[in-house]
Write a protein of this length. Structure first.
Length: 254
């Protein structure tokens, strides 16, 4: 019983991957912002990615408690709910204080996702001024991206009725009327693990409580606000054999 992320990281794929990166259409976006990209010893890439994801959802109008739900649940598991609520109350936008508090709050995510043993004290999460500025830029890039490619109809959603005996957890990032989007904040290009992950989300979505949305999708894609690049694949161009193999070999549907 694992998450989508854990399963797609560990499963052995055929040469090039079930959904090769070279088959994805790549679109580079330009703006007037330049990231500092300084190495920050007090801020991990995972925390940065979660902060960008959650702050984007917040700025797009989602309820604050809904956005940080997993963080709050994680804090509750280790009896730090009061501290988490205090952080949440001081996240109000893209000012420096809000960004720092968001980085600290998402530090509780790992407790819910991977267990209390993975928790590291959030007091050690102290993003530099350069990292704070980078997070702000990446959130704004993602907002601009979805202003052009939205509107978003679902965000941070799960797949009730779509899980399997192997994959029992997993939440997707953004869904529009035409595309399932996964947000990847990384200095590197995407890999076949990432393309498989979004394909698994799509196949699970077809069986989930959200299937009416998924049945009408045209594309699946990934957006990396650090590189400001989108990767897109037309669903109609994914062959049926690949769909069947991923359903059986990765998700383990019967």
């Amino acid at each position: 019983m694992v998450s989508v992320t854990a399963r797609t990281r560990k499963v052995k794929q055929p040469y090039g991957g079930y959904l090769p990166v070279k088959q994805m259409d790549k679109f580079k976006y330009e703006d007037d912002f330049e990231l500092n990209n300084t190495k920050d010893e007090f801020l991990s890439p995972v925390i940065t990615g979660l902060a960008v994801d959650y702050l984007t959802r917040l700025m797009l109008g989602n309820n604050k408690k809904d956005v940080f739900y997993i963080s709050l649940r994680g804090a509750q598991f280790i009896k730090k709910h009061t501290q988490a609520i205090e952080l949440l109350e001081n996240i109000n936008g893209l000012d420096s204080r809000s960004i720092v508090n968001a980085c600290k709050l998402v530090g509780f995510d790992t407790v819910f996702r991977a267990g209390p043993a993975t928790y590291k004290p959030i007091e050690n999460i102290m993003p530099s001024d350069e990292s704070i500025e980078d997070i702000k830029i990446m959130v704004n890039r993602t907002i601009y991206f979805f202003n052009d490619n939205g509107p978003i109809i679902l965000s941070g959603f799960t797949f009730e009725e779509g899980y399997s005996s192997i994959i029992t957890t997993g939440d997707a990032d953004f869904l529009t009327s035409k595309t399932l989007w996964d947000l990847k904040v990384s200095k590197n290009s995407i890999s076949s693990k990432h393309t498989l992950q979004v394909l698994v989300y799509y196949l699970m979505g077809l069986r989930s409580i959200h299937k009416e949305h998924f049945e009408n999708l045209e594309t699946i894609g990934l957006f990396n606000p650090k590189l400001n690049i989108a990767y897109i694949k037309d669903i109609i161009d994914i062959d049926e054999e690949t769909m069947i193999r991923v359903s059986k070999e990765v998700i383990c549907y019967k």
